[in-house]
Design a protein around this ligand. Structure first.
Ligand code: HEM
Ligand code: SF4
Length: 550
């Protein structure tokens, strides 16, 4: 966990009273909705199809049980009893009333939670690996650097009015769980030949209507220079980013238009001027931030406890295989809690579930929780001997579906059910697919397969990087869906390829079943992943299968 200091606490409280005043002026009619817009957007408040939506940050995806309990309280008291975990380590409340928003913010601020820079054209919540600090293979805890960047970018005056929003993600493991290649800046922590800590820097990744995979513009930036280097990138973007056209305003377009090499040269020129300034990072500052992250007092435990040897319930075994991952400490494990039950909207958790999960994290995970970009939660510090008892408790509250990374672990945006920009529904498609593939043996036989659904070209559901991507578009007043295959969001990130003409709403689930059946017939071995089969064979055989009868 990270402990905020007095400066952070004062800042959050001031922010709440400032927003309270702005809301009162809006309610009294002193501010028009248009005037209010830029003020609310600085506080994570959007206007959706049916109500205001409130997006709250979960910095680097780490939460305490107390914070989760408070999120449950906000869901219960000010919303409709549930919250929605998003793909960028945020939680969204979909039904919040404007008059009550300042109270909700105040309740969250008491536990150090806020919504600053979760919307607007600024640097958004810096995201990272949800398993940071507990995974065996990381170079160092990336949350330290996410926090360095959070402190530096929050309310930075020069970067409060960027041409467009700006998203940074950091990973410190070979396996990228933070999707750094589809972020405006992606940072990979590594050590150089001399053993010094630094970052590989990627720029210009992003999805939306013009998707790009980020390009490496600097293979190694020393850790002490990371603020000045990121500032140089932001300055070049701030100066040359397209402010005249919202669709061309993201940094990915600038990098594409200039070319990554020319963009990198501009950054070098800018960097040369600021590198040896006050932006040079002092080791003491990083050490202070490091010291604010606390780690549990792990016990020395057996890695193969009797409790596990005795647990032979096949449902438990299926969950153990699927949802439990290795921990850096022997005798401990990382447990993913699936928020993708059969027939449920992906990423939703009720207030009761949040409360129960908070209690379980106190009991079994040193009071700590994680939120990942796949819209699932995790308990990062579970003693292996406790796994059977924990599983029974998680199963009771409906978050032990053993489908992590399987075909029903779907990422979906709110789509037409909530979003004012949507062309088509996403959630009902996800629900239907979870029913079609509800059989666990079938889903595990299919293996790792990520389905991503967006209700419009803005790509909140990351459909371009889904192994199977589903994009809702509107054609002559009807919802139709374009299907892509072969995308991925990890260290080998790629954009999916369209398989053919769009299909109707009612046909989508059948088409996905056809694609999966084609894969099962085409894969070279049972352990050849769907994405690898597509990579080997291309889209043609899948296309043939889908359109042969349509
Ligand atoms: C319902 C309210 C929402 C609205 C109005 C909304 C709107 C947008 C818009 C306009 C963009 C494109 C911006 C651009 O390309 O410059 C975008 C991108 C994005 N949204 Fe949303 N969104 C909403 C909800 C969500 C939710 C619930 C999630 C997560 C589940 C989400 C995740 C994202 C992500 C990750 C991107 C970045 C895609 C990229 O450019 O790489 N959004 N959103
Ligand atoms: S992808 Fe489109 S429909 Fe889905 S949440 Fe984003 S803006 Fe709304």
């Amino acid at each position: 966990m990270y402990a905020y200091d007095e400066i952070d606490r004062t800042f959050l409280n001031e922010r709440v009273s400032e927003f309270r005043d702005q809301v009162q002026r809006r309610l009294a009619g002193e501010l028009t909705e248009d005037e209010f817009k830029s003020l609310r957007l600085m506080n994570g408040v959007y206007l959706q199809l049916h109500a205001y939506m409130f997006r709250v940050a979960i910095p680097y995806g780490t939460l305490s049980s107390r914070q989760l309990r408070r999120m449950a309280h906000v869901a219960r008291k000010y919303d409709r009893g549930y919250g929605h975990f998003t793909t960028r380590q945020n939680i969204q409340y979909n039904w919040i009333k404007l008059a009550e928003l300042p109270d909700a913010m105040e309740d969250l601020a008491e536990v150090g939670i806020h919504a600053i820079q979760t919307s607007g054209n600024c640097v958004r919540n810096v995201t990272t690996d949800q398993w940071a600090g507990v995974v065996p293979d990381e170079v160092e805890d990336p949350r330290v650097w996410a926090e360095v960047l959070r402190q530096y970018t929050t309310l930075h005056p020069e970067f409060s009015f960027l041409p467009r929003k700006f998203k940074i993600a950091i990973t410190a493991s070979d396996h990228d769980r933070a999707a750094i290649k589809v972020h405006d800046i992606g940072l990979r922590i590594l050590r150089n030949d001399k053993g010094e800590l630094g970052f590989e820097v990627l720029v210009g990744g992003g999805l939306g209507r013009t998707p790009f995979i980020g390009k490496i513009i600097k293979p190694f930036v020393h850790a002490r220079d990371i603020i000045s280097y990121v500032e140089a990138v932001l300055r070049v973007y701030n100066q040359y980013g397209r402010r005249d056209n919202i669709y061309k305003a993201r940094i990915k377009i600038l990098v594409h238009e200039l070319g990554a090499e020319a963009f990198a040269r501009d950054v070098e020129t800018e960097w040369a001027q600021i590198r040896d300034s006050a932006l040079l990072i002092d080791d003491a500052m990083v050490d202070d931030i490091r010291s604010r992250f606390s780690y549990p007092a792990y016990e020395k435990l057996s890695d193969t406890p009797d409790e596990l040897k005795k647990a032979d319930d096949p449902r438990f075994q299926a969950w153990l295989q699927n949802s439990v991952a290795p921990h850096k400490e022997p005798g401990y494990a990382i447990v993913t809690l699936s928020l993708k039950p059969v027939g449920g909207p992906p990423g939703d958790a009720t207030a009761e579930q949040m409360d129960a999960i908070a209690d379980l994290s106190d009991r079994y995970s040193f009071g700590e929780l994680r939120v990942g970009h796949e819209q699932n939660l995790a308990l990062p510090n579970v003693a292996k001997r406790d796994l059977p008892a924990l599983w029974r408790a998680l199963d009771k509250i409906g978050v032990a579906t053993p489908n992590v990374n399987l075909v029903t672990d779907i990422i979906a945006c709110p789509g037409l059910d909530y979003c004012s920009l949507a062309n088509a529904r996403s959630i009902p498609i996800a629900q239907e697919l979870t029913r079609r593939f509800a059989d666990h043996d079938l889903a595990s036989m299919i293996g790792r397969l990520h389905v991503n659904i967006s209700g419009c070209i803005n790509a909140c559901g990351h459909h371009h990087v889904g192994h199977i991507g589903i994009l809702g578009v509107e054609k002559n007043g009807e919802e139709v869906y374009q299907i892509t295959i072969g995308g991925r969001a990890d260290e080998k990130a790629e954009l999916g390829v369209l398989i053919g003409p769009a299909v109707k709403y009612a046909e989508v689930a059948d088409v996905i079943e056809d694609i999966v059946e084609a894969y099962l017939a085409l894969r070279a071995r049972p352990d050849e992943l769907f994405v690898d089969t597509v990579k080997r064979l291309g889209v043609e055989p899948f296309k043939e299968r889908v359109y042969a009868t349509r």
